[in-house]
Design a protein. Structure first.
Length: 453
């Protein structure tokens, strides 16, 4: 590799050459002095920079690529604009700083940072981090249209949030689309705090890495083809809109911990072909059934499986009210599933009667109302059949008492209707005893749902 001072190297970069390689550069290099290249792309390959490399208040409208480079001193870009800045298989022995700058695209791939690596108050249309080594990276106050983090096999940490070198930023941090691709062997720790994300996507195999999401606003969370053997925590995920969506598809969430989340604010919760039974939860307000079935539509088998797993999560946390609620949703989905199948009329009848009598043990008001109305109807029919229709204001109390006695499935007919008898009256009396006994049982079962063991 040839030695060259920074001024001569800058002249070489401004000569219109497309690729510069195999140099050792001595002296401080100011990237802001690079004249717009005649070619769209300028590649710097296998170059050692002994002193600082910097750019401040600069504007570079072409694509600048560093490959296989070693930076022995500080690399710093501040208050500058770069159309495209890429780093591939490069080593940074001293701090790497991108501060208060704007990039259309910025990519860091197979890079190693031996000192601080800070990306602060940066605006970018697309930024990507691939195959990084063991280091800590701070991304403070980002304003990204799209960010991709992929295939981080070493043990390092990326922090994304509002903290940074400035006491206060002008704009709140946001990332429109954040994609976390765990690849085949993810071991990194990614911490995301106090930031707005429109779309968060997670996929791949998390072998032993950590993903911590805390105090973020997310409109759409998509977990697809994801297997979690590591540690994932979501705490206080909220939304600024009324159209939040959560999708979990072809995934095994493993020990996925969720805290302080109101899933009722999610307009759609779509769980398809996924295992979620090992999820750990606390202080969660769970979603209604209509949110869980909005996307899957008529896929009642998938809905039933989702409700079953959610029910088992409630059982593990001893959450009796939500356990019963998801059990009811599960049975309703099973009922809808049976409607589309042939045969199995016995199960259809059982589910139909349980749904319309107490909604699978969830509603005590429904059997009570049905009991009152059906008894009133049959009581009136029997009274008419026995010609006990003469109205007498003095007998109103007697009729009310008789009606209440008639509600008792083991009532004595002679005490309710005196000694009058007829075959039709006895038939309706038997029907009332059967229906009344069943509805009374359904009422008691639903009424004691929260305390029975």
């Amino acid at each position: 590799m040839d030695n060259i001072n920074a001024d001569k190297f800058l002249e070489l970069l401004n000569s219109g050459i497309e690729k510069v390689e195999n140099y050792v550069v001595n002296g401080e290099l100011n990237l802001g002095l690079i004249i717009q290249a005649t070619t769209f792309q300028l590649t710097i390959n296998k170059v050692d920079f002994i002193n600082d490399v910097k750019a401040e208040n600069s504007n570079f409208g072409n694509k600048l690529i560093f490959t296989n480079c070693t930076f022995h001193s500080k690399f710093k870009i501040e208050k500058s604009y770069f159309f495209s800045l890429d780093f591939k298989e490069s080593l940074f022995r001293q701090p790497f700083l991108l501060l208060s700058s704007k990039f259309i695209t910025c990519s860091i791939q197979n890079a190693t940072f031996n000192a601080a690596a800070n990306i602060e108050d940066v605006t970018a249309d697309h930024i990507s981090l691939f195959d990084l080594g063991k280091q800590n990276i701070l991304i403070a106050n980002p304003h990204f249209t799209e960010m991709m983090v992929f295939s981080l096999k070493e043990k390092g940490e990326i922090f994304i949030g509002p903290e940074g070198y400035k006491p206060k930023y002008e704009l709140d941090p946001f990332i429109k689309i954040l994609k976390i691709g765990c690849g085949d062997n993810f071991n990194y720790s990614i911490v995301i705090k106090k930031i707005t994300i429109l779309v968060l996507k997670i996929d791949g195999f998390n072998e032993s890495g950590k993903i911590l999401l805390s105090d973020i606003s997310a409109e759409n969370v998509i977990i697809e083809n994801f297997v979690n053997n590591g540690y994932v925590v979501a705490n206080n995920i909220s939304s600024k809109s009324n159209s939040q969506m959560l999708a979990v598809q072809n995934s095994n969430l493993g020990r996925f911990e969720i805290y302080n989340i109101n899933f009722e604010q999610f307009d759609t919760v779509n769980i398809i072909d996924s295992y979620i039974a090992d999820v750990v939860s606390s202080n969660i307000k769970w979603c209604k059934s209509n949110a869980l079935t909005k996307v899957s539509g008529n896929d009642h088998l998938n809905s039933r499986e989702s409700f079953r797993q959610l029910k088992n999560i409630m059982i593990k946390t001893n959450n009796k009210p939500d356990e019963l609620r998801f059990f009811g949703y599960e049975m309703r989905a099973y009922h809808n599933e049976l409607k589309k199948s042939k045969g199995r009329r016995d199960e259809k009848f059982i589910l139909w009667t349980n749904y319309y009598s107490n909604q699978y043990g969830l509603s005590w008001m429904l059997p009570l109302i049905e009991l009152l109305l059906i008894n009133l109807l049959l009581y009136t029919v029997i009274k008419i059949n026995l010609h006990q229709t003469h109205f007498n204001p003095n007998l109103i109390i007697n009729d009310v008492v008789g009606y209440l006695e008639f509600m008792n499935p083991i009532h004595k007919t002679s005490e309710v209707f005196f000694e009058n008898k007829s075959a039709i009256a006895e038939l309706f009396d038997i029907v009332d005893r059967l229906i009344g006994g069943f509805l009374l049982f359904q009422f008691l079962r639903a009424f004691r749902r929260l305390v029975r063991k």
